[in-house]
Ligand binder design. Structure first.
Ligand code: PRP
Ligand code: URA
Length: 209
């Protein structure tokens, strides 16, 4: 089973509650998704490697750490994952961005891939795949399979709200990939929407409903 990290920080939990509220409008929703992504990113990147360099402060010379890890790639699953990119870029401004297009069939709830473009040297990069919702887990499982097929090796995934069904599906199909989730909700409903969830993340981010 892959590492499952469920966020416990009160700021993350508070912001997820605001995100769920049906009266939270588009601009507030986008802002919250970005803030939560930044806070979750902070937790997901605690194992970044550092190296010591020599610098000079106004007082004296000193040896101090700077980030010295693999180059990073942030890969949002379109559309809703796009809302999480800004929060991670605030932490790692020079990360490259890949895109994976997936939509769920409304009847079967199975994912359909329609686009994939990853940054070069993907096999050397620390990859963070982002999507706010992990429902059945089909979209994330297929996205990670495609990244692996293109050579990606160092992969982590971040989702804001997960259903237990999606966590089980993902962790059994990709036991080597750490999964960071803001919270795990109760269950899926008959339309494979997360309960209590927040509704359709893509529609709420882009104002399409
Ligand atoms: C949503 C969400 C995930 C997927 C989760 O996207 O952003 O990608 O559903 O469901 P799953 O775990 O059951 O696969 P959707 O297909 O609605 O596309 P959108 O982001 O373009 O709205
Ligand atoms: N996609 C969403 O946007 N929300 C859900 O609850 C499930 C899938």
């Amino acid at each position: 089973m892959s590492e499952l990290h469920v966020m416990t920080h009160p700021l993350i939990r508070h912001k997820i509650t605001l995100l769920r509220m049906e009266n939270t409008g588009t601009s507030e929703f986008r802002k919250l998704v970005e803030e939560i992504s930044m806070l979750m990113g902070y937790e997901a990147l605690t194992d970044l490697k550092t190296k010591d360099i020599e610098i000079r402060t106004p007082i004296e010379d000193t040896i101090q750490p700077v980030i010295d890890g693999k180059k990073m790639a942030i890969v949002p699953i379109l559309r809703a994952g796009l809302g999480m990119v800004g929060g991670l870029l605030a932490l790692v401004p020079n990360a490259k961005i890949g895109h994976i297009g997936m939509y769920r069939d409304e009847v079967t709830h199975k994912p359909h891939a329609y686009y994939c473009k990853l940054p070069p040297f993907i096999e050397q990069r620390q990859i963070i795949v982002v999507d706010p919702m992990l429902a059945t887990g089909g979209s994330l499982c297929d996205a990670v399979s495609e990244i692996k097929a293109q050579g990606g090796r160092y992969i982590k995934c971040m989702c804001i709200i997960a259903a237990p069904e999606g966590v089980e599906n993902f962790t059994s199909n990709h036991p080597d990939v750490p999964l960071y989730v803001g919270c795990v909700d109760r269950c899926l409903n008959s339309n494979a929407y997360i309960c209590p969830g927040l509704g359709d993340a893509g529609d709420r981010i882009f104002g399409t409903k």
